[in-house]
Ligand binder design. Structure first.
Ligand code: FAD
Ligand code: NA
Length: 403
């Protein structure tokens, strides 16, 4: 039977980055497996045959980074098209009229929602100053609701953040840690970009192609799909290997110990194909005005609608032809593990798992699931590159076949 220097569990961004570095920098023989039938982890995308539109399988993915190291790295595997993401929100005014406004809120948002006339950054700062409701006695906010009120005040909280947060976490903001709403994005400038990072782009031929390019960059890498690590364990069909990099859920790794599991929020996606998209001579044929439109109100159960057709990496000319697919997103407590639930109970439990993991010989735990932490794509890459550096420094991984 073949011997592998490294077994990587998980073909997501974390696993693929480690696999690529091990093969190309150290000349290590790598076996990378995934239980799913595709590479890419949650970044996986494909062209939907029903409408010829490139779409993601696990929710919209917008790449953005301020880390030059990551930007340089990802460009090795794809051409990237600059794309500045802008999110709009469909919000009901108090007079019952719906308006579509920038999210995170800008001066345009408050002007349209509350008939204000805010014109400058300073006026916007002053507006927030009047709206903010700080906890009494200079106390820090005790929970998510107090944190939100201290940051944006009652009206914006009610219209944009309160119900959205409830839909997202299935908990009232009052029941959440203050930290969850402390960093609510709210702008004083007129900048309506969703991200402020210097590099914001989408891969010309989709994310999946990026992963394929990473994994075919060196013959030392072998990929096996529909291959569950624990299934291999159970069947005793374990590949001989020197070292394992595990990017799956950390509590899953220790399931046999019977400790409590870590909580995750998930998403349910409901898709709809629309053929008679209205023609707009300027922009093309679309269902909605932006790729992502949030629905922060209590009137609908979904949090947002994604229309992938807006992205610039669609098949050429696609936007000028009718037809689209839209995906409504519902937050859910069952399904794929997506978002760690930020409670002290989960944090303490994770620490227990992390202690076990630290004592594990010949295994490194890498990535968002193994770290029980939400990583943006660029953070996942950076973290994997740094883990790789670290394993090299410690001599756990070393050059075998010079490149
Ligand atoms: P994953 O992509 O989850 O990969 C882990 C892989 O391990 C999976 O393929 C899984 O099948 C496999 N695996 C698990 N257990 C086993 C096992 N037992 N055996 C074999 N294989 C196993 N980031 C951004 O920068 N911009 C965005 O706009 C953005 N949007 C997002 C939207 C959503 C809905 C979500 C959930 C995330 C979003 N992200 C976004 C974050 C991005 O998805 C992650 O940064 C990235 O997927 C992390 O890669 P990973 O390899 O750590 O984890
Ligand atoms: Na996203």
């Amino acid at each position: 039977e073949a011997f592998f220097d490294v077994l990587v569990v998980g073909c997501g961004l974390s696993g693929c980055t480690i696999a690529e570095r091990c093969a190309n920098e150290l000349g290590l023989k790598v076996l990378i497996i995934d239980k799913r039938d595709h590479v890419g982890g949650n970044c996986y995308d494909y062209v939907d045959e029903k409408c010829a539109i490139r779409r993601s399988m696990y929710g919209a993915h917008l790449f953005h980074t301020k880390h030059e190291r990551v930007w340089e790295y990802v460009q090795r595997f794809s051409e990237w098209i600059p794309y500045e993401h802008r999110v709009r929100g469909r919000v009901m005014r108090d007079d019952g009229k719906p308006v579509t406004v920038p999210i995170p809120p800008t001066r345009e948002t408050v002007n349209k929602l509350f008939d204000e006339d805010v014109r400058t950054d300073a006026e916007m700062e002053a507006w927030y100053g009047r709206e903010r409701k700080l906890p009494p006695n200079g106390d820090p906010p005790a929970n998510g609701e107090e944190a939100a009120l201290a940051r944006v005040g009652e009206r914006l909280y009610e219209k944009v953040f309160r119900h959205y947060t409830k839909k997202q976490w299935d908990k009232e903001p009052k029941e959440l840690d203050a930290s969850v709403l402390q960093r609510l994005p709210c702008r004083v400038t007129a900048d309506d970009r969703y991200f402020s990072d210097p590099h914001q782009a989408l891969p010309r031929r989709g994310y999946t192609r990026v992963f394929e390019n990473m994994l075919t960059s060196n013959d030392l890498i072998t990929v096996r799909l529909e291959c569950d690590y624990f299934e291999l364990l159970r069947r005793g069909k374990f590949p001989r290997r020197a070292f394992t990099v595990y990017t799956g859920p950390i509590d899953g790794y220790y399931a046999s110990l019977g400790m409590p599991r870590l909580e995750y929020r998930s998403l349910r996606f409901e898709e709809e194909y629309i053929n008679d998209t209205p023609a707009d001579s300027e922009n093309g044929y679309f269902f909605q005005e932006a790729m992502v439109v949030n629905y922060p109100g209590a009137d609908v159960d979904y949090t947002r609608i994604v229309e992938y057709k807006h992205t610039p990496n669609q098949p050429p000319g696609r936007k000028d032809r009718p037809g689209t697919v839209i995906v409504r997103e519902y937050s859910s407590d069952v399904g794929e593990p997506y978002y760690p639930v930020p409670t002290s109970k989960n944090r303490e439990l994770y620490e227990k798992y992390a202690e076990l993991a630290a004592r594990e010989p010949h295994v490194a735990f890498v990535g968002r699931l193994a770290s029980y932490k939400y990583f943006n794509m660029d953070e996942a890459v950076l973290n994997a590159l740094e883990m790789f550096d670290n394993l090299k420094e410690k001599g756990v991984l070393a050059v075998k076949r010079p490149p």
